[in-house]
Ligand binder design. Structure first.
Ligand SMILES: Nc1nc2c(c(=O)[nH]1)N[C@H]1C(S)=C(S)[C@@H](COP(=O)(O)O)O[C@H]1N2
Ligand SMILES: [Mo]
Length: 354
């Protein structure tokens, strides 16, 4: 059912028309983004280590997390920073990165322990500013096991909705999605939601792990892997506003009246306020109807009826969020050599029936 980009590590995304069928993405249609092979974790032996700038170091079993801490459920959309990279790759090659279409996104109910409950149990020392996470799997970069890590600022970590999740859509996490425990950092790029969570470290600085300090940084278009100053990139955290047409698909043959459908997403706890659709290059716009999604952290589904002239047309969609943020017109303006955060106007070319 998924489009498989690589098998080891396993990376896959759903076709867009299937993705848009469910507001809550079923597990079989949820994209998978792995940097190493899925680790086998014995749930009985599992211990979550909490250390660093804490009053008490903790080693928590799964039983303790399930039974001795409160459980909270949050609906949150995960989106990979590489979602829509294929359109950037079409402009200029991006070697060594997964050519994600627009399906590296999914929406689920996540249940687990609020991270702040565990941090409070450990007691945070004065001067702490970041909470760093490490996954359990091996990830080899430049011949060395760097593992997969990330960090979030302490104020985000102490907000209600950041979870140490053990359930996805009411069932225990699947191995590929992080069993037995993962972080869910709503509104942030997917890379901060560390799977197979093994260790939480409270510290004064952001994570030095490869995937926080090196990868997942944004550079200007003229920069490349050789010229990048890895201390000067923008470390990605909150999602920007994005919008995708899931139907019709590129190259589809349509009649005069078309129902355009898609999803829109934003970060920072903001909501999607409006989606616009154009079939005349952005000179005029039809306001789409938001059919579902009025909650922070989650995507919105939209649709709009368009009357097309008989000939070929390009359908464009863009969203505004509740802070009136909107999207850049052209992918070439957001092109970067790692291929992150493409939120340019989404464009689909359709053909008229002749
Ligand atoms: N330990 C670990 N956590 C990880 C990753 C990983 O490779 N290893 N990938 C990250 C990235 S880049 C994304 S987009 C999300 C994907 O989550 P999913 O595979 O459950 O969709 O997990 C994040 N957490
Ligand atoms: Mo990602």
């Amino acid at each position: 059912m998924l489009i498989v980009h690589t098998t080891s590590p396993y990376n896959a995304e759903p076709p867009l028309e299937l993705l848009r069928e469910n507001f809550i993405t079923p597990r079989e249609l949820f994209y998978v983004r792995n940097h190493g092979d899925v680790p086998e974790i014995d749930a009985q032996a599992f211990r979550l280590v909490v250390n660093g700038m804490v009053e008490r170091e903790l080693e928590l079993s799964l039983d303790t997390l399930l039974n001795d801490f409160p459980k909270r459920t949050v609906m949150a959309t995960l989106q990979c920073a590489g979602n829509r990279r294929d359109q950037l790759m079409a402009l200029k090659e991006i070697p060594g990165e997964v050519p994600w279409q627009a399906g590296a996104i999914g929406n689920a109910f996540w249940s687990g322990v609020p991270l702040k409950e565990v941090l409070n149990a450990a007691g945070i020392k004065i001067g702490a500013q970041y909470v760093a996470f490490m996954g359990a799997e091996e990830v080899i970069r430049h011949g060395e096991n760097v593992g997969f890590g990330a960090s979030i600022a302490l104020d985000k970590a102490l907000s209600n909705d950041v979870l140490l999740a053990y359930e996805m859509n009411g069932k225990a996490l699947e191995p590929i999605h992080g069993f037995p425990l993962r972080v869910i950092a709503p509104g942030y790029i997917g890379a901060r939601s560390v799977k197979w969570l093994a260790q939480i470290t409270v510290q004064a600085f952001s994570s030095k792990n490869y995937f926080q300090a090196h990868a997942y940084q944004l550079f200007p278009p003229q920069t490349n892997a050789e010229t990048a100053d890895w201390n000067a990139g923008l470390q990605l955290s909150e999602l920007s506003v994005n919008c995708v047409i899931t139907s019709p698909r590129d190259g589809e043959i349509v009649s005069g009246e078309v129902l355009a459908q898609g999803y829109a997403i934003t970060g920072g706890g903001r909501k999607i306020a409006r989606v616009d659709v154009s079939s005349d290059g952005g000179n005029s716009w039809t306001t789409a109807h938001i059919t579902q999604g009025d909650q922070q952290w989650a995507w919105a589904f939209w649709e709009a009826r368009l009357i097309l002239e008989n000939g070929d047309a390009e359908i464009i969609a863009r969203a505004f969020d509740s802070a009136s943020n909107t999207q850049p017109e052209e992918a070439r303006h957001v092109w970067n050599f790692k291929g992150y955060m493409n939120n340019a106007w989404h464009r689909v070319k359709v053909k008229g029936k002749s």
